[in-house]
Ligand binder design. Structure first.
Ligand code: UN1
Length: 510
């Protein structure tokens, strides 16, 4: 493994390694020679590494490599492609602790969650490895005699994979594993906040045996690397997870070339708490969903919609527990809330605190977290507002931080209206002991994911993941639905009657 690590390492700058791009099976420097650094959000003095600041020229080479690799890769039997995914999953499992430690250092989430992030990558590698043996279409009867009808999936070509920093191992795997098992080749641009995680993942993929050019890594900014990938006439499909504003810009660019595009964007996920709910259980789910990953999940709970009779009881418990959460470096097993990703994220959260103070009542939090060991990190206190109206800005806009809005409502009908009255539709949850109310919510919530008596986070990799409305554009990740993003359907008819048979005509009466 030491040897593999050395390959991405262009040598130290002082004590700090400089990592390279991965193109055509080689670790290479950028054409420009420019680099950028990645820092630890728990301690901004800690430089994780220097990374290549790629540009359109590097993207061009990566796309060329992916293009050259495509014919042989698509011709490789899918079960054999799947075996390389299995090997990747095995290597990730062997290196799970090392990956998780690196992930916490670069992204900040607490170590238990970092292990979960890596595990989610392992799960999808194995799931999609299995798809190599199962990538089925339909075989159906023809309406005509002596005629065969079936459909098969085929790869699209080069997949441009643009990923966020909040799940820096899991999300690249969610995207690359289905793309690769289906026979596409990949140009991967990770978030500029987490290039190290991406590099470590690609090192393992190279070691697992992906042929040169099937997986290419280009680090750098969205405008210098992401846009050229989206604009490249040779990249056939784009998958992007990130902010809605960026998703809309990408959609406009990709639309000019009618590219296949899978978008996974924002959320404003709600937990509804009915008056009959087990409030202690609800508190556990709310805290975990709202303040886990410091609120930086697309699935994070940022709204609690509560029936009025239980608002006070719930709020008392929530406030006490939120105040007691241990804030600190995620490397410590006891830490419950790690830092935000960077200084602009802290400033964004602060700006919403100002908005919230004008709209509602601050219950707890609302400030940068201070104290021993926190002064060099991007820490923020778990924050709760109450008396929030469903249409208030803090009840409507994605904050992507540890800020929770409590929205009192009169009854179930008002709760459903509030849950649905946002432009996003990723995840929603209901706490109730009433089985009828639970089933109504399963039907009524306008979200791609619904939980009953559980928080809004924690989707598993074998069901479709994605949202309604402005959370996306109708595509789903994970599950076998992910293959729809990365394959073209081909319907095939074989006529073995030896004569011309006309569908819709020959078999009609008269
Ligand atoms: C995301 O935040 O974009 O369901 C992904 C969850 C995780 C995935 C979140 N399994 O919270």
């Amino acid at each position: 493994m030491t040897e593999t690590i050395a390959r991405s390492d262009a040598g130290p700058t002082g004590d700090i390694p400089t990592r390279r791009l991965f193109i055509a099976g080689e670790w290479v420097d950028t054409v420009s020679g420019r680099t950028f650094e990645s820092r630890n959000p728990a301690d901004s003095r800690d430089v994780v590494g220097h990374f290549q600041a790629g540009s359109a020229a590097d993207v061009g080479m990566a796309v060329k490599a992916a293009e050259m690799a495509f014919p042989a890769w698509r011709a490789t039997p899918a079960p054999k492609r799947g075996e390389i995914l299995y090997r990747t999953g095995q290597l990730m499992a062997e290196h799970k602790e090392r990956l998780a430690r690196a992930l916490t250092r670069e992204m900040g989430k607490v170590i238990a969650e970092a292990r979960g992030d890596v595990q989610e990558g392992i799960d999808i590698a194995f799931l999609m490895g299995g798809e190599g043996r199962r990538m089925f279409g339909d075989t159906v009867p023809s309406e005509l005699p002596d005629k065969w009808a079936m459909s098969i999936r085929q790869p699209i070509g080069i997949a441009g994979i643009i990923t966020p920093w909040n799940f820096p191992i899991a999300i690249p795997c969610w995207k690359m594993m289905p793309a690769l098992v289906a026979g596409n080749t990949v140009v991967f641009k990770p978030a500029s906040d987490t290039p190290h995680c991406a590099t470590l993942l690609v090192e393992l993929m190279a070691e697992a045996g992906f042929p040169p050019g099937t997986v290419n890594l280009v680090t750098g900014s969205g405008s210098d690397v992401g846009d050229p990938i989206v604009d490249s006439p040779d990249v056939a499909v784009i998958s992007f997870t990130g902010h809605s504003a960026n998703g809309k810009l990408i959609a406009a660019r990709a639309g000019r070339r009618l590219k296949r595009l899978s978008l996974e964007l924002g959320g404003k996920n709600a937990i509804a708490v009915l008056r009959d709910a087990d409030l202690d259980l609800a508190v556990e789910g709310i805290l975990w969903s709202a303040f886990g990953t410091t609120g930086q999940r697309c699935t994070a709970c940022s709204r609690v919609v509560v029936e009025e009779p239980v608002v006070d009881a719930l709020l008392t418990r929530l406030e006490a527990r939120a105040r007691a959460l241990r804030i600190g470096d995620g490397q410590e097993e006891a830490t419950e809330v790690g830092p935000l990703i960077n200084e602009p994220a802290v400033e964004k959260v602060e700006s919403y605190i100002e908005i919230g103070r004008a709209e509602a009542e601050l219950v707890t939090g609302g400030r940068r977290a201070t104290g021993e060991g926190l002064s060099d990190g991007h820490y923020f206190e778990p924050t709760i507002f109450t008396g929030v109206h469903p249409m208030d800005r803090i009840g409507q806009e994605e904050i992507f931080g540890p800020v929770l809005s409590v929205i009192p409502v009169a009854d179930y009908e008002a709760a459903v209206t509030a849950v649905n009255q946002v432009r996003y539709g990723l995840s929603a949850s209901i706490y109730t002991r009433d089985v009828n109310a639970a089933f109504r919510a399963m039907r009524d919530f306008e979200t791609g994911i619904v939980y009953v008596n559980a928080g809004t986070t924690g989707a598993e990799t074998h069901l479709p993941f994605g949202g309604w409305k402005e959370t996306g554009n109708g595509h789903r990740e994970a599950g076998h639905a992910a293959l729809d993003t990365y394959t073209e359907w081909k319907s095939i008819y074989v006529d073995f009657s030896g004569r011309l048979q006309k569908a819709q005509i020959d078999n009609q009466p008269g």
